[in-house]
Design a protein around this ligand. Structure first.
Ligand code: PMP
Length: 334
């Protein structure tokens, strides 16, 4: 019989698939690592299990404890799933601008969701950071993983994502392209791959960051962009600047157009940060030769973006496809 002992054993070991259509005219092989195969539907399951297991080990999380994190996205799903399987409660704090569907996903896993007003300063006690900090002290056995600063996040990628890429390419990978949000993926995966390939005759694996135009990682100031899960307006502890060899900026329109092409031409229904990473990967790959192997990480599924990237009206209303009145990002985010 072949089965997993629990859904936790299904985290990681995601497949690589060759991109065949969007790579037309490119000599290098471009392989996508498809993270929606994780049970929670994203790459964030990997950090969730590692952050919780480390906290169990050093006693920050005790039996009967509660995991509390300010997140509404993929990290929340990963944490809700892992907490539930290990017998912990979970509470997520999200600003009210976050769509009902995202909150409902967390509730479906049995988590509690606390909604805070969007229109307050980040350092206000009413903000979602403020409320989550208060809950951690007020809730008995409360533990906040803090994905931006928790070293277990990059460590999970150092121990799983990086070695999987090395193993599945028989050590032949030449370039890896990764979008950065908290920075955990690029730091952990990149560090492992650079170390393991350091003395390789062809030289170490090159690590290329993909970043929304305007974010600090590619030299911006944190100007708003629509692609979700990536880019920052500050430098988190988990982003190690020394890991990427270069960081390429990608704008929303290019990222979303590629996200749609991946669904339509490659059969990969993925999110906007995946489209963004593929734009950067193709920019890298176009200058490479037939012996080069580029791996690009696709962090999550497109299901969560059906009302946005895959919706013509939404795309038109922001000028990402022709036919709508253009609205600037600044206007929308107010
Ligand atoms: N894409 C999506 C959709 C994400 O949710 C995240 C996590 N914020 C990332 C990319 C980036 O991963 P990391 O936080 O490890 O940099």
């Amino acid at each position: 019989m072949k089965y997993a002992n629990s859904v936790l054993d299904l985290i990681g070991n995601t497949p690589l698939v060759k991109l065949n259509k969007v790579t037309e005219g490119i000599a290098a092989t471009v392989l996508a690592k498809v993270e929606y195969f994780n049970p929670g539907g994203s790459i964030k399951d990997r950090i969730a299990v590692k952050m919780i297991e480390e906290a169990e080990k050093d006693g920050r999380l005790k039996p009967g404890g509660t995991v509390i994190e300010p997140t509404s996205g993929n990290t929340g799903v990963g944490l809700a799933l892992v907490a539930q399987q290990k017998g912990y409660k979970s509470i997520f704090v999200t600003p009210d601008k976050v769509g009902l569907e995202k909150r409902d996903v967390l509730k479906a896993y049995g988590a509690d969701v606390v909604v805070t007003p969007t229109s307050v300063a980040p350092d206000s006690p009413e903000s979602y950071y403020g409320v989550s900090d208060r809950l951690v002290t007020e809730v008995d056995g409360g533990y906040k993983p803090d994905q931006f600063n928790n070293p277990a996040a990059p460590a999970s990628h150092y121990e799983t994502t990086g070695p999987e890429i090395w193993r599945d390419t028989d050590g032949k990978v030449t370039h890896v392209v990764i979008g950065a949000g908290t920075g955990g993926t690029i730091t952990g995966t990149g560090r492992y791959l650079k170390e393991i390939s350091a003395d390789r005759p062809g030289g170490p694996v090159k690590i290329i960051g993909a970043d929304p135009a305007g974010s600090v990682y590619s030299g911006g100031t944190g100007r708003p962009y629509f692609v979700e899960g990536v880019g920052e307006d500050m430098w988190p502890d988990n982003y190690d600047k020394s890991v990427p060899d270069e960081v390429l900026a990608v704008n929303d329109a290019e990222a979303f157009a590629m996200t749609r092409r991946l669904a339509q031409e490659e059969g990969l229904l993925v999110g906007g940060s995946s489209g963004m990473a593929v734009v950067a990967a193709l920019n890298v790959a176009k200058d490479l030769g037939p012996d080069d192997i580029v791996v690009v990480i696709l962090p999550d599924s497109g299901r969560g973006y059906l009302g946005k990237i895959f919706n013509d009206e939404w795309m038109k209303s922001y000028g990402f496809i022709a036919g709508g009145e253009e609205t600037t990002v600044g206007e929308v985010l107010q």
